[in-house]
Design a protein around this ligand. Structure first.
Ligand SMILES: [Zn+2]
Length: 364
């Protein structure tokens, strides 16, 4: 079986916004709500490129720049209200995973202002505003997924996944990622590798997702090795990383992620660990788990990659910051029920028990 659905038009490459945004804007009358974080949209040059495309198309815009890392659902509600009041007919998210994910949730609140948090997650809504995603980091893959991860009112990272949340078009220009500082390059790159690896080791993997996952990791491997060694990345390296991120996104758009992502959310919520590192820290244990529980899949993975298991593990470890988190036993016990019936955890090949997760959390 090889089922997949990928409705987003993707434009990835140098000058993608300049060359193709005009087509994507056809049919919209504006105003457009631009959703950004504090600085990367500006610093990367992406915001200027989008503004210039909007000017050429004769579309007005408003900017909501209140999105921060691990965006809050309340910020999405606020921005949605703003878009609604301004009569916007399009949301453009510019930045890393946070602004792009937030844009998808904002698109729901823009169409249904005043929607409650419960109704938002229950999907008591029909048609969100269309979203265009413009990526400035290389990791999230949000450009090609129907997932929006936002922090709910209890402080948990809580994702909503629905085909109506696919961006109508996505843009990525590796030039935008040149301004990423090294820790961001490493964390977002680790996220891209996590997406591909978790997807490959998911029960839902098929020919398409596996091919995307393998190509994604192969493209990310050399530039990530350079970055982990502190070497500067060229535009060609950045371009490979960006494409790796899109391929990882395509892979998880079919399969979803596996347990490292879901357990990783907890590290981000409790210890503020950047998303990519928070997930990648569990990849070496995922590799061990698969080696033990599904050895044929492990063999197929490393032989398709043409990278040894040891080299793969070494790369992942070299990208992670050396820091011991020391989560308290109490925090771990309180949190464990969260993974009891979790779809992402169940998706992982083999059996992932509560005891196993307890051990993982104690080890970080
Ligand atoms: Zn991720």
């Amino acid at each position: 079986m090889m089922n997949f659905y990928m409705p987003a038009k993707v434009f990835a490459g140098e000058y993608a916004v300049r060359d193709h945004m005009k087509d994507a804007l056809k049919g919209f009358r504006g105003p457009v709500l631009l959703v950004t974080g504090a600085s990367s949209a500006k610093k990367s040059g992406a915001l200027d490129d989008v503004l210039s495309a909007l000017r050429d198309a004769g579309l007005e815009s408003r900017i909501y720049d209140g999105i921060r890392e691990n965006p809050l659902l309340t910020s999405c509600m606020e921005a949605g209200q703003l878009a609604h009041d301004a009569g916007c007919d399009l949301i453009i998210g510019i930045g890393g995973g946070s602004p792009m994910d937030a844009a998808k949730s904002i698109a729901i609140f823009a169409a249904y202002p005043g929607l409650s948090e419960a109704d938002f997650y229950k999907k008591a809504w029909a048609t969100p505003l269309p979203v265009i995603a413009v990526g400035t980091t290389s990791g999230t893959g949000s450009e090609v997924t129907a997932v929006s991860v936002v922090t709910d009112s209890t402080g948990r990272k809580h994702s909503i996944n629905d085909p109506r949340l696919f961006p109508v078009a996505s843009f990525g220009d590796p030039r935008y990622t040149m301004s990423m500082p090294l820790p961001v390059t490493l964390s977002t790159g680790a996220d891209a590798i996590a997406h591909s690896m978790e997807s490959f080791f998911s029960r839902k993997a098929n020919e398409f997702s596996r091919a995307a996952a393998i190509r994604g990791i192969r493209l990310a491997y050399a530039p990530m090795k350079k970055a982990a060694a502190g070497e500067a990345l060229t535009l060609a390296d950045r371009s490979d990383l960006y494409e790796a991120s899109i391929l990882g996104g395509l892979a998880i758009s079919v399969t979803g992620t596996a347990y490292p992502h879901n357990v990783g959310y907890f590290l981000t919520e409790h210890c503020n660990v950047p998303h990519g590192f928070a997930c990648a820290v569990f990849l070496p244990s995922l590799m061990e788990h698969i080696r033990k529980e599904a050895p044929e899949t492990a063999d197929a993975f490393y032989s398709a990659l043409d990278i040894s298991e040891a080299d793969m593990r070494a790369l992942i470890v070299s990208t992670l910051p050396e820091e011991k988190l020391g989560l308290s036993e109490e925090d771990i016990e309180n949190e464990l029920p969260r993974w009891e019936n979790n779809g992402t955890v169940k998706n992982t090949l083999g059996t992932v028990t509560q005891d196993y997760i307890r051990g993982l959390l104690k080890s970080v």
